[in-house]
Design a binder for this molecule. Sequence first.
Ligand code: KIV
Ligand code: ZN
Length: 518
Amino acid sequence: MTATSEKDQVRIFDTTLRDGEQSPGASMTLEEKLQIAEILDDMGVDIIEAGFPIASNGDFEAVSEIAKRSKNSVIAGLARAIHADIDRCGEAMKHAGKGRIHTFVSTSPIHLKFQMNKTEEQVLEIITDTVTRSRNLIDDVEWSAMDATRTPIEYLCRCVEAAIKCGATTINLPDTVGYATPDEYKSMFEQIRERVPNADQAIFSVHCHNDLGLAVANSLAGVAGGARQIECTINGLGERAGNAALEEIVMAIRTRSDVLPYMTQIDPKFMVRASKMVAGASGFAVQYNKAIVGKNAFAHESGIHQDGMLKNAETYEIMRPEDVGVKATSLVMGKHSGRHAFRDKLKELGFELGDNALQDAFRRFKDLADRKKHVYDEDIEALVEDEISILGESTKVIALTVIAGTGGPQKAILTMDVNGQHVTKEATGDGPVDATFNAIKAIVPHEAKLSLYQVHAVTEGTDAQAEVSVRLEAGGRIATGKGADTDTLVASARAYVSAMNKLALRQQTGNPGALAAV
Ligand code: KIV
Ligand code: ZN
Protein backbone atom coordinates (compact mmCIF):
# COMPACT_ATOMS: atom_id res chain seq x y z
CA MET A 1 0.00 0.00 0.00
CA THR A 2 2.30 2.81 -1.15
CA ALA A 3 0.92 6.30 -1.39
CA THR A 4 -0.54 7.20 -4.75
CA SER A 5 -1.83 10.57 -5.97
CA GLU A 6 -4.66 10.15 -3.41
CA LYS A 7 -3.51 10.95 0.10
CA ASP A 8 -3.39 7.88 2.35
CA GLN A 9 -4.90 8.32 5.78
CA VAL A 10 -2.47 7.78 8.64
CA ARG A 11 -4.06 7.02 12.02
CA ILE A 12 -2.79 8.96 15.01
CA PHE A 13 -2.43 6.85 18.18
CA ASP A 14 -1.72 9.07 21.16
CA THR A 15 0.04 7.45 24.12
CA THR A 16 0.56 10.54 26.32
CA LEU A 17 -1.51 8.93 29.07
CA ARG A 18 0.45 5.64 28.95
CA ASP A 19 4.00 5.95 27.57
CA GLY A 20 4.01 9.69 28.39
CA GLU A 21 2.92 9.10 31.95
CA GLN A 22 5.68 6.49 32.27
CA SER A 23 8.27 9.35 32.36
CA PRO A 24 9.66 9.44 35.88
CA GLY A 25 7.69 12.05 37.80
CA ALA A 26 5.01 12.66 35.16
CA SER A 27 2.15 10.85 36.87
CA MET A 28 -1.23 12.57 36.54
CA THR A 29 -4.46 12.58 38.52
CA LEU A 30 -7.69 11.03 37.22
CA GLU A 31 -9.18 14.50 36.67
CA GLU A 32 -6.13 15.57 34.63
CA LYS A 33 -6.28 12.38 32.54
CA LEU A 34 -9.98 12.88 31.81
CA GLN A 35 -9.35 16.46 30.67
CA ILE A 36 -6.45 15.42 28.44
CA ALA A 37 -8.44 12.52 26.94
CA GLU A 38 -11.29 14.91 26.17
CA ILE A 39 -9.09 17.35 24.26
CA LEU A 40 -7.41 14.47 22.36
CA ASP A 41 -10.85 13.18 21.40
CA ASP A 42 -11.96 16.69 20.28
CA MET A 43 -8.71 17.10 18.36
CA GLY A 44 -9.49 14.02 16.24
CA VAL A 45 -6.99 11.51 17.67
CA ASP A 46 -7.96 8.12 16.21
CA ILE A 47 -6.76 5.99 19.12
CA ILE A 48 -6.04 7.13 22.69
CA GLU A 49 -3.93 4.76 24.78
CA ALA A 50 -5.40 5.65 28.15
CA GLY A 51 -3.18 3.60 30.47
CA PHE A 52 -2.05 0.23 31.72
CA PRO A 53 -5.09 -1.22 33.56
CA ILE A 54 -3.21 -3.88 35.57
CA ALA A 55 -0.67 -1.32 36.88
CA SER A 56 -2.94 0.02 39.65
CA ASN A 57 -6.59 0.57 40.55
CA GLY A 58 -6.08 4.22 39.58
CA ASP A 59 -4.90 3.24 36.10
CA PHE A 60 -7.80 0.81 35.71
CA GLU A 61 -10.31 3.47 36.74
CA ALA A 62 -8.77 6.03 34.35
CA VAL A 63 -8.85 3.66 31.37
CA SER A 64 -12.42 2.48 31.99
CA GLU A 65 -13.72 6.02 32.65
CA ILE A 66 -12.04 7.39 29.52
CA ALA A 67 -13.41 4.43 27.54
CA LYS A 68 -16.91 5.22 28.82
CA ARG A 69 -16.70 8.93 27.97
CA SER A 70 -14.96 8.80 24.59
CA LYS A 71 -17.00 10.34 21.77
CA ASN A 72 -15.08 9.30 18.64
CA SER A 73 -11.67 7.93 19.57
CA VAL A 74 -10.91 4.24 20.01
CA ILE A 75 -9.64 3.72 23.58
CA ALA A 76 -6.71 1.34 24.05
CA GLY A 77 -5.30 -0.20 27.21
CA LEU A 78 -1.87 -1.79 27.47
CA ALA A 79 -1.32 -5.38 28.62
CA ARG A 80 1.86 -7.43 28.98
CA ALA A 81 1.82 -10.94 27.51
CA ILE A 82 0.26 -12.23 30.71
CA HIS A 83 -3.29 -13.56 31.13
CA ALA A 84 -4.05 -11.39 34.17
CA ASP A 85 -2.99 -8.22 32.28
CA ILE A 86 -5.09 -9.08 29.24
CA ASP A 87 -8.17 -9.99 31.30
CA ARG A 88 -7.92 -6.77 33.35
CA CYS A 89 -7.56 -4.76 30.16
CA GLY A 90 -10.60 -6.51 28.69
CA GLU A 91 -12.53 -5.61 31.86
CA ALA A 92 -11.53 -1.93 31.53
CA MET A 93 -12.94 -1.98 27.99
CA LYS A 94 -16.33 -3.34 29.06
CA HIS A 95 -18.14 -0.03 28.63
CA ALA A 96 -16.08 1.26 25.72
CA GLY A 97 -17.88 2.33 22.57
CA LYS A 98 -14.72 1.37 20.67
CA GLY A 99 -12.06 -0.43 22.71
CA ARG A 100 -8.70 -2.00 21.92
CA ILE A 101 -6.39 -4.37 23.79
CA HIS A 102 -2.76 -3.56 23.09
CA THR A 103 -0.55 -6.45 24.11
CA PHE A 104 3.20 -6.69 23.70
CA VAL A 105 6.19 -8.94 24.21
CA SER A 106 9.91 -8.46 23.61
CA THR A 107 11.42 -10.10 20.53
CA SER A 108 15.09 -9.01 20.47
CA PRO A 109 17.87 -11.45 21.47
CA ILE A 110 19.08 -9.16 24.26
CA HIS A 111 15.61 -8.93 25.84
CA LEU A 112 14.95 -12.66 25.40
CA LYS A 113 18.23 -13.59 27.05
CA PHE A 114 18.56 -11.09 29.88
CA GLN A 115 15.04 -9.92 30.62
CA MET A 116 12.84 -12.90 29.86
CA ASN A 117 15.15 -15.90 29.91
CA LYS A 118 13.11 -17.47 27.09
CA THR A 119 13.91 -19.04 23.73
CA GLU A 120 12.57 -17.74 20.41
CA GLU A 121 10.20 -20.73 20.21
CA GLN A 122 8.83 -20.04 23.69
CA VAL A 123 8.15 -16.40 22.77
CA LEU A 124 6.35 -17.52 19.61
CA GLU A 125 4.09 -19.69 21.77
CA ILE A 126 3.46 -16.74 24.09
CA ILE A 127 2.44 -14.59 21.11
CA THR A 128 -0.01 -17.24 19.87
CA ASP A 129 -1.49 -17.71 23.32
CA THR A 130 -1.83 -14.04 24.31
CA VAL A 131 -3.07 -12.63 21.01
CA THR A 132 -5.69 -15.43 20.85
CA ARG A 133 -6.78 -14.65 24.41
CA SER A 134 -7.05 -10.92 23.61
CA ARG A 135 -9.00 -11.60 20.44
CA ASN A 136 -11.46 -13.75 22.41
CA LEU A 137 -12.21 -10.67 24.52
CA ILE A 138 -12.36 -7.94 21.86
CA ASP A 139 -12.25 -7.55 18.06
CA ASP A 140 -9.66 -4.78 17.99
CA VAL A 141 -6.26 -6.18 19.06
CA GLU A 142 -2.87 -4.53 18.64
CA TRP A 143 0.28 -6.56 19.09
CA SER A 144 3.71 -4.95 19.62
CA ALA A 145 7.14 -6.51 19.20
CA MET A 146 9.07 -4.71 21.91
CA ASP A 147 12.60 -3.79 20.75
CA ALA A 148 11.63 -4.71 17.18
CA THR A 149 14.46 -2.64 15.70
CA ARG A 150 17.08 -4.86 17.39
CA THR A 151 15.35 -8.10 16.36
CA PRO A 152 16.69 -10.21 13.43
CA ILE A 153 14.30 -9.72 10.51
CA GLU A 154 13.70 -13.45 9.93
CA TYR A 155 12.52 -13.96 13.50
CA LEU A 156 10.49 -10.74 13.47
CA CYS A 157 8.68 -12.00 10.34
CA ARG A 158 7.72 -15.22 12.14
CA CYS A 159 6.42 -13.29 15.16
CA VAL A 160 4.37 -10.88 13.03
CA GLU A 161 2.89 -13.74 10.99
CA ALA A 162 1.88 -15.59 14.18
CA ALA A 163 0.28 -12.49 15.71
CA ILE A 164 -1.76 -11.75 12.58
CA LYS A 165 -2.79 -15.41 12.27
CA CYS A 166 -4.19 -15.27 15.82
CA GLY A 167 -6.23 -12.16 15.04
CA ALA A 168 -4.08 -9.08 15.69
CA THR A 169 -5.52 -6.25 13.59
CA THR A 170 -2.66 -3.80 14.17
CA ILE A 171 1.03 -4.70 14.29
CA ASN A 172 3.30 -2.21 16.01
CA LEU A 173 7.07 -2.42 15.47
CA PRO A 174 8.59 -0.05 18.02
CA ASP A 175 12.02 1.47 18.13
CA THR A 176 11.89 0.96 21.88
CA VAL A 177 15.38 2.23 22.65
CA GLY A 178 15.53 4.97 19.98
CA TYR A 179 18.39 3.24 18.14
CA ALA A 180 17.23 3.08 14.51
CA THR A 181 18.04 5.50 11.70
CA PRO A 182 15.29 6.57 9.26
CA ASP A 183 16.58 4.39 6.39
CA GLU A 184 16.80 1.30 8.60
CA TYR A 185 13.34 1.86 10.06
CA LYS A 186 11.74 2.34 6.62
CA SER A 187 13.48 -0.77 5.30
CA MET A 188 12.26 -2.88 8.25
CA PHE A 189 8.62 -2.12 7.38
CA GLU A 190 9.22 -2.73 3.67
CA GLN A 191 10.83 -6.11 4.35
CA ILE A 192 8.17 -7.24 6.82
CA ARG A 193 5.34 -6.26 4.49
CA GLU A 194 7.03 -8.04 1.61
CA ARG A 195 8.01 -11.24 3.42
CA VAL A 196 5.10 -11.92 5.80
CA PRO A 197 2.41 -13.78 3.80
CA ASN A 198 -0.59 -12.40 5.77
CA ALA A 199 0.81 -8.83 6.14
CA ASP A 200 -2.09 -7.38 4.14
CA GLN A 201 -4.50 -8.41 6.94
CA ALA A 202 -3.16 -5.88 9.47
CA ILE A 203 -2.33 -2.20 9.76
CA PHE A 204 1.30 -1.54 10.60
CA SER A 205 2.27 1.00 13.23
CA VAL A 206 5.36 3.02 14.15
CA HIS A 207 6.34 3.80 17.75
CA CYS A 208 9.60 5.72 18.11
CA HIS A 209 11.60 6.89 21.10
CA ASN A 210 13.79 9.95 20.87
CA ASP A 211 17.12 8.83 22.38
CA LEU A 212 19.03 10.07 19.33
CA GLY A 213 16.60 12.86 18.50
CA LEU A 214 15.28 10.86 15.53
CA ALA A 215 11.79 9.91 16.75
CA VAL A 216 9.82 12.14 14.36
CA ALA A 217 12.10 11.46 11.38
CA ASN A 218 11.92 7.72 12.06
CA SER A 219 8.13 7.81 12.38
CA LEU A 220 7.78 9.50 8.99
CA ALA A 221 10.28 7.03 7.49
CA GLY A 222 8.22 4.12 8.86
CA VAL A 223 5.15 5.59 7.15
CA ALA A 224 7.13 5.82 3.89
CA GLY A 225 7.83 2.09 4.43
CA GLY A 226 4.09 1.36 4.57
CA ALA A 227 3.02 1.91 8.19
CA ARG A 228 -0.35 3.64 8.50
CA GLN A 229 -0.53 4.28 12.25
CA ILE A 230 1.79 6.58 14.20
CA GLU A 231 2.17 6.29 17.98
CA CYS A 232 3.16 9.58 19.57
CA THR A 233 2.63 11.89 22.54
CA ILE A 234 1.80 15.54 23.16
CA ASN A 235 5.04 17.52 23.70
CA GLY A 236 6.97 14.31 22.96
CA LEU A 237 6.48 13.32 26.62
CA GLY A 238 7.75 9.82 27.36
CA GLU A 239 10.36 7.52 28.87
CA ARG A 240 13.95 8.83 28.85
CA ALA A 241 14.25 11.30 25.94
CA GLY A 242 10.56 10.87 25.15
CA ASN A 243 8.40 9.66 22.27
CA ALA A 244 7.77 11.22 18.86
CA ALA A 245 5.84 14.48 19.32
CA LEU A 246 2.28 14.39 17.95
CA GLU A 247 2.27 18.09 17.04
CA GLU A 248 5.52 17.79 15.05
CA ILE A 249 4.34 14.76 13.09
CA VAL A 250 0.94 16.21 12.25
CA MET A 251 2.32 19.60 11.21
CA ALA A 252 5.11 18.01 9.14
CA ILE A 253 2.50 15.98 7.24
CA ARG A 254 0.30 19.07 6.71
CA THR A 255 3.05 21.56 5.91
CA ARG A 256 5.01 19.30 3.56
CA SER A 257 2.05 17.70 1.82
CA ASP A 258 3.97 18.34 -1.43
CA VAL A 259 6.39 15.51 -0.55
CA LEU A 260 4.46 13.58 2.12
CA PRO A 261 1.35 12.15 0.42
CA TYR A 262 -0.55 11.39 3.64
CA MET A 263 -3.25 12.95 5.73
CA THR A 264 -4.41 12.75 9.34
CA GLN A 265 -7.76 13.75 10.78
CA ILE A 266 -6.20 15.91 13.50
CA ASP A 267 -7.50 19.46 13.92
CA PRO A 268 -4.27 21.31 14.80
CA LYS A 269 -5.94 24.30 16.41
CA PHE A 270 -6.19 22.28 19.65
CA MET A 271 -2.44 21.70 19.79
CA VAL A 272 -1.28 24.61 21.93
CA ARG A 273 -4.03 24.06 24.51
CA ALA A 274 -3.29 20.33 24.64
CA SER A 275 0.41 21.10 25.03
CA LYS A 276 -0.24 23.47 27.94
CA MET A 277 -2.60 20.99 29.56
CA VAL A 278 -0.05 18.16 29.37
CA ALA A 279 2.78 20.41 30.59
CA GLY A 280 0.62 21.49 33.53
CA ALA A 281 -0.51 17.99 34.47
CA SER A 282 2.91 16.35 34.11
CA GLY A 283 4.97 19.23 35.50
CA PHE A 284 7.27 18.93 32.44
CA ALA A 285 7.53 22.47 31.10
CA VAL A 286 7.80 22.92 27.33
CA GLN A 287 11.16 24.30 26.21
CA TYR A 288 10.90 27.78 24.64
CA ASN A 289 12.33 26.64 21.29
CA LYS A 290 10.19 23.46 21.03
CA ALA A 291 8.84 23.04 17.48
CA ILE A 292 5.16 24.00 16.97
CA VAL A 293 4.15 24.59 20.61
CA GLY A 294 7.18 26.33 22.20
CA LYS A 295 6.76 29.93 23.35
CA ASN A 296 9.27 31.09 20.71
CA ALA A 297 8.05 28.85 17.86
CA PHE A 298 6.43 31.86 16.17
CA ALA A 299 8.44 34.69 17.77
CA HIS A 300 10.78 36.86 15.71
CA GLU A 301 13.47 38.91 17.38
CA SER A 302 16.10 39.83 14.80
CA GLY A 303 15.61 43.04 12.83
CA ILE A 304 15.99 41.31 9.48
CA HIS A 305 13.37 38.70 10.35
CA GLN A 306 10.96 41.30 11.74
CA ASP A 307 11.36 43.38 8.60
CA GLY A 308 10.56 40.34 6.43
CA MET A 309 7.59 39.35 8.59
CA LEU A 310 6.07 42.82 8.29
CA LYS A 311 6.32 42.64 4.49
CA ASN A 312 5.05 39.06 4.16
CA ALA A 313 4.73 36.49 6.97
CA GLU A 314 5.75 33.69 4.60
CA THR A 315 9.29 35.12 4.49
CA TYR A 316 10.04 33.52 7.85
CA GLU A 317 6.99 31.43 8.77
CA ILE A 318 6.22 28.09 7.14
CA MET A 319 3.05 27.61 9.20
CA ARG A 320 0.42 30.07 10.38
CA PRO A 321 0.43 30.38 14.20
CA GLU A 322 -3.38 30.51 14.30
CA ASP A 323 -3.52 27.06 12.65
CA VAL A 324 -2.03 25.46 15.76
CA GLY A 325 -4.02 27.59 18.19
CA VAL A 326 -1.53 30.39 18.88
CA LYS A 327 -3.41 33.64 19.32
CA ALA A 328 -1.95 37.11 19.05
CA THR A 329 -1.70 38.20 22.68
CA SER A 330 -4.40 40.70 23.54
CA LEU A 331 -4.35 43.33 26.26
CA VAL A 332 -8.03 44.01 26.52
CA MET A 333 -8.56 42.82 30.08
CA GLY A 334 -7.74 45.14 32.95
CA LYS A 335 -8.93 46.29 36.35
CA HIS A 336 -11.99 47.98 34.86
CA SER A 337 -13.21 44.81 33.14
CA GLY A 338 -16.39 43.38 34.60
CA ARG A 339 -17.55 39.85 35.40
CA HIS A 340 -19.35 39.53 32.06
CA ALA A 341 -16.27 40.44 30.02
CA PHE A 342 -14.21 38.08 32.17
CA ARG A 343 -16.62 35.21 31.53
CA ASP A 344 -16.52 35.96 27.75
CA LYS A 345 -12.71 36.03 27.82
CA LEU A 346 -12.64 32.66 29.59
CA LYS A 347 -14.93 31.23 26.95
CA GLU A 348 -12.66 32.56 24.19
CA LEU A 349 -9.71 30.86 25.94
CA GLY A 350 -11.65 27.60 26.13
CA PHE A 351 -12.57 27.54 29.84
CA GLU A 352 -16.03 27.00 31.24
CA LEU A 353 -16.18 27.37 35.00
CA GLY A 354 -19.05 26.72 37.39
CA ASP A 355 -20.47 29.70 39.33
CA ASN A 356 -18.31 29.29 42.45
CA ALA A 357 -15.09 28.71 40.52
CA LEU A 358 -15.91 31.69 38.27
CA GLN A 359 -16.47 33.88 41.32
CA ASP A 360 -13.12 32.88 42.84
CA ALA A 361 -11.26 33.25 39.53
CA PHE A 362 -12.83 36.70 38.98
CA ARG A 363 -11.77 37.83 42.46
CA ARG A 364 -8.22 36.68 41.78
CA PHE A 365 -8.25 38.34 38.36
CA LYS A 366 -9.25 41.69 39.92
CA ASP A 367 -6.54 41.27 42.50
CA LEU A 368 -4.02 40.54 39.74
CA ALA A 369 -5.18 43.52 37.65
CA ASP A 370 -4.57 45.76 40.68
CA ARG A 371 -1.00 44.53 41.00
CA LYS A 372 -0.02 44.05 37.35
CA LYS A 373 0.09 46.71 34.66
CA HIS A 374 -1.00 44.52 31.73
CA VAL A 375 -3.09 41.38 32.07
CA TYR A 376 -2.35 39.12 29.10
CA ASP A 377 -4.31 36.06 27.95
CA GLU A 378 -1.48 33.89 29.31
CA ASP A 379 -1.94 35.49 32.77
CA ILE A 380 -5.63 34.61 32.75
CA GLU A 381 -4.89 31.06 31.57
CA ALA A 382 -2.34 30.57 34.37
CA LEU A 383 -4.70 31.99 36.95
CA VAL A 384 -7.64 29.83 35.88
CA GLU A 385 -5.55 26.67 35.62
CA ASP A 386 -4.31 27.41 39.13
CA GLU A 387 -7.90 27.91 40.28
CA ILE A 388 -9.00 24.61 38.71
CA SER A 389 -6.18 22.74 40.42
CA ILE A 390 -7.11 24.27 43.80
CA LEU A 391 -10.79 23.27 43.45
CA GLY A 392 -11.71 20.51 45.83
CA GLU A 393 -8.40 20.66 47.72
CA SER A 394 -8.78 20.15 51.45
CA THR A 395 -5.69 22.21 52.33
CA LYS A 396 -5.16 25.74 50.97
CA VAL A 397 -2.80 28.68 51.36
CA ILE A 398 -4.61 31.65 52.90
CA ALA A 399 -1.89 34.22 53.67
CA LEU A 400 1.89 34.38 53.55
CA THR A 401 4.39 36.94 54.83
CA VAL A 402 8.08 36.39 54.22
CA ILE A 403 10.98 38.32 55.71
CA ALA A 404 14.00 37.95 53.43
CA GLY A 405 17.25 39.74 52.62
CA THR A 406 20.95 39.60 53.40
CA GLY A 407 20.46 39.62 57.18
CA GLY A 408 19.07 36.01 57.33
CA PRO A 409 17.81 33.64 58.51
CA GLN A 410 14.76 34.14 56.31
CA LYS A 411 11.40 33.78 58.01
CA ALA A 412 7.93 32.83 56.72
CA ILE A 413 4.63 33.38 58.54
CA LEU A 414 1.97 31.26 56.90
CA THR A 415 -1.76 30.81 57.40
CA MET A 416 -3.41 27.77 55.84
CA ASP A 417 -6.91 26.37 55.72
CA VAL A 418 -6.66 22.74 56.80
CA ASN A 419 -9.98 20.91 56.46
CA GLY A 420 -11.88 24.15 57.16
CA GLN A 421 -9.71 25.40 60.06
CA HIS A 422 -7.27 28.29 59.78
CA VAL A 423 -3.83 27.50 61.21
CA THR A 424 -0.91 29.96 61.39
CA LYS A 425 2.73 28.98 61.98
CA GLU A 426 6.10 30.55 61.35
CA ALA A 427 9.38 28.95 60.33
CA THR A 428 12.88 29.95 59.28
CA GLY A 429 14.92 28.45 56.45
CA ASP A 430 17.88 28.66 54.17
CA GLY A 431 16.32 31.29 51.90
CA PRO A 432 12.71 32.46 51.56
CA VAL A 433 11.50 29.40 49.59
CA ASP A 434 12.95 27.00 52.17
CA ALA A 435 11.38 29.05 54.99
CA THR A 436 7.99 28.94 53.21
CA PHE A 437 8.16 25.17 52.70
CA ASN A 438 9.24 24.70 56.33
CA ALA A 439 6.19 26.69 57.45
CA ILE A 440 3.97 24.34 55.39
CA LYS A 441 5.66 21.37 57.08
CA ALA A 442 5.08 22.98 60.48
CA ILE A 443 1.34 23.17 59.73
CA VAL A 444 1.05 19.78 57.99
CA PRO A 445 3.92 17.60 59.22
CA HIS A 446 4.96 15.06 56.57
CA GLU A 447 7.94 13.13 55.24
CA ALA A 448 7.47 13.77 51.52
CA LYS A 449 10.70 14.70 49.71
CA LEU A 450 10.95 17.64 47.32
CA SER A 451 12.31 16.28 44.01
CA LEU A 452 11.65 19.23 41.68
CA TYR A 453 11.23 22.97 42.07
CA GLN A 454 10.84 25.01 38.88
CA VAL A 455 9.88 28.65 38.28
CA HIS A 456 8.74 30.15 34.94
CA ALA A 457 7.62 33.66 34.12
CA VAL A 458 4.21 33.51 32.40
CA THR A 459 4.82 36.74 30.44
CA GLU A 460 7.59 39.33 30.21
CA GLY A 461 8.39 42.11 32.69
CA THR A 462 9.26 42.32 36.39
CA ASP A 463 5.53 42.27 37.25
CA ALA A 464 5.01 38.97 35.36
CA GLN A 465 3.20 36.13 37.10
CA ALA A 466 5.45 33.32 38.23
CA GLU A 467 4.30 29.80 37.47
CA VAL A 468 5.89 27.34 39.87
CA SER A 469 6.00 23.52 39.61
CA VAL A 470 6.76 21.42 42.67
CA ARG A 471 7.19 17.66 42.67
CA LEU A 472 6.97 15.65 45.90
CA GLU A 473 7.75 11.98 46.48
CA ALA A 474 6.61 9.76 49.34
CA GLY A 475 6.30 6.02 49.72
CA GLY A 476 7.15 5.40 46.06
CA ARG A 477 4.45 7.81 44.85
CA ILE A 478 5.05 11.06 43.03
CA ALA A 479 2.83 14.12 42.60
CA THR A 480 3.38 17.42 40.84
CA GLY A 481 1.58 20.62 41.80
CA LYS A 482 1.46 24.03 40.15
CA GLY A 483 0.83 27.51 41.45
CA ALA A 484 0.70 30.93 39.80
CA ASP A 485 0.96 34.42 41.26
CA THR A 486 2.86 37.67 40.73
CA ASP A 487 4.57 36.82 44.02
CA THR A 488 6.94 33.90 43.40
CA LEU A 489 6.77 32.81 47.04
CA VAL A 490 2.97 32.70 47.10
CA ALA A 491 3.07 30.71 43.81
CA SER A 492 5.67 28.38 45.40
CA ALA A 493 3.52 27.80 48.49
CA ARG A 494 0.46 27.10 46.32
CA ALA A 495 2.41 24.66 44.13
CA TYR A 496 3.80 22.82 47.18
CA VAL A 497 0.37 22.53 48.80
CA SER A 498 -1.19 21.37 45.52
CA ALA A 499 1.44 18.61 45.19
CA MET A 500 0.84 17.66 48.82
CA ASN A 501 -2.92 17.39 48.24
CA LYS A 502 -2.40 15.23 45.16
CA LEU A 503 -0.01 12.95 47.00
CA ALA A 504 -2.50 12.55 49.83
CA LEU A 505 -5.22 11.75 47.29
CA ARG A 506 -3.00 9.09 45.74
CA GLN A 507 -2.63 7.51 49.15
CA GLN A 508 -6.43 7.24 49.07
CA THR A 509 -6.95 9.04 52.38
CA GLY A 510 -7.69 12.52 51.12
CA ASN A 511 -5.93 13.89 54.17
CA PRO A 512 -2.53 15.55 53.62
CA GLY A 513 -1.75 15.03 57.30
CA ALA A 514 -1.60 11.31 56.54
CA LEU A 515 1.64 11.92 54.62
CA ALA A 516 3.30 12.03 58.01
CA ALA A 517 2.81 8.29 58.27
CA VAL A 518 4.95 7.53 55.19
O1 KIV B 1 8.54 1.50 23.49
C1 KIV B 1 7.91 0.43 23.46
O2 KIV B 1 8.35 -0.61 22.96
C2 KIV B 1 6.57 0.43 24.08
C3 KIV B 1 5.74 -0.79 23.89
C4 KIV B 1 5.01 -1.15 25.14
C5 KIV B 1 4.81 -0.57 22.75
O3 KIV B 1 6.16 1.42 24.64
ZN1 ZN C 1 7.37 3.21 24.11
